[in-house]
Design a protein. Structure first.
Length: 384
């Protein structure tokens, strides 16, 4: 059975201590109020979240978020040597924002064999991240066999696979409960779950953009069950489209509530919407909006260990800056990202370990290579 995630103190380097920052001077009175609440150990609320997302004092917000990150992790920033695999782009859903998935009738859709999948994996990888479309012909057993064959061929690699949307789909096509689906996947070799498919926990947005996909309650329930069964997971938000700031904050608070109830989230990953080829009329999120979202999530999500600066969607340089806005993780090398790049993401499809080391050092942080569940693999010097 997978091991549940330990608390932040388990990973804090013995030589690191929380940085003692002098009290900053804020240009925004709302941040002054938030700083006082934090100093008293009070939990932030929706009003605070909205104030942080709107603040003109971006530097003040960065100071608060980086202070919180430093309390948890010192100067450490984590990354993993991983590969993302997307076995098929055929999908029975029709989400308006998705440029990756194709309807089963589209002749351009692809479906990988297990040999194709195994051929993309090398033994030195620490993590395999698998997410996919909902294929119209694949049985649940095939998805299980993907995990089983990877585990047999590469017993030391940790497998992070299948979003809550896929788990729910497996339960429906196999006529099994969510618990039974997880039991079978654990037996096959599953270690952890990614956090995709959450989008925004707003029924209004769901009806407009992804009405055939599971909603907030179903997504949260899948992750609740995963945590109760010892499967650590990630969490996400897709922001920068038609959601309101209130919906963005509500989403974060629902994740915080679930973590209070059933702990098990390893990280929260803000995913910036990529306009791509979709006909969706949406605002384009700015770099500052992304940095505010990272910082706000670090301060609101006080019970989730890590906030990721996901370089694939933020871009490399903004992701590096986000390491001073409360982010403590840059995800990983990824090697072959397809979903965001189908929507014209301008970042590379993968990066080398040395590039991640450079981006972390550029932010003045200490690079730490990890595995899928944040066990430390290697600490690198702060200077190359």
């Amino acid at each position: 059975m997978p091991t549940a995630s330990p608390g932040p103190e388990a990973f804090l380097h013995p030589g690191l201590r929380p940085e003692r920052l002098s009290d900053p001077t804020f240009r925004d009175p709302a941040l002054e109020t938030i700083a006082k609440k934090l100093s008293r150990g009070e939990r932030l609320d929706k009003t605070d979240g909205l104030a942080m997302l709107a603040t003109p004092d971006v530097n003040g917000l960065a100071t608060l978020a980086d202070r919180r990150k430093t309390e948890l992790w010192g100067d450490q920033v984590f990354f993993v040597f991983n590969r993302q695999i997307n076995p098929t782009n055929a999908c029975v859903l029709d989400c308006k924002f998705c440029d990756y998935a194709l309807r089963p009738s589209n002749p351009d859709h692809y479906a990988m064999s297990i040999d194709d999948i195994l051929g993309r994996i090398t033994p030195e990888l620490r993590e395999i991240h698998i997410v996919s479309g909902l294929h119209h012909r694949w049985k649940f057993e095939y998805y299980v066999d993907i995990i089983r064959q990877i585990r047999l061929a590469f017993p030391k690699i940790q497998i992070k696979a299948w979003t809550a949307v896929e788990i729910d789909f497996f339960a429906k096509i196999s006529k099994k409960s969510i618990e039974e689906v997880f039991e079978i996947l654990i037996d096959a070799g599953l270690n952890s779950m990614p956090g995709g498919g959450a989008e925004v926990f707003s029924e209004r947005v769901r009806q407009e953009l992804f009405r055939h996909k599971i909603g907030a309650d179903e997504w949260l329930n899948v992750h609740r069950i995963a945590h109760q069964m010892g499967i650590p997971t990630n969490s996400t938000i897709l922001y920068g489209h038609i959601e309101t700031m209130e919906e963005r904050v509500d989403h974060m608070l629902r994740l915080r509530e679930l973590e209070d109830e059933a702990p098990g989230f390893l990280a929260f990953i803000p995913l910036e919407f990529q306009l791509g080829y979709s006909n969706l009329r949406a605002r384009s999120a700015s770099a500052v909006d992304g940095l505010r979202t990272v910082a706000t999530s670090r301060l609101l999500l006080d019970n989730i260990p890590h906030i990721k600066a996901y370089w694939v969607m933020l871009g490399e340089e903004t992701a590096s800056i986000a390491l001073n806005f409360g982010a403590s993780d840059m995800d990983g090398t990824i090697l072959e990202e397809k979903i965001a790049h189908a929507a014209k993401a301008e970042s590379p499809i993968g990066v080398a370990r040395d590039r991640l080391l450079h981006l972390i050092r550029e932010a003045g942080k200490l690079p730490v290579e990890r595995d899928a569940v944040y066990n430390v693999v290697r600490r690198y010097p702060k200077e190359s």
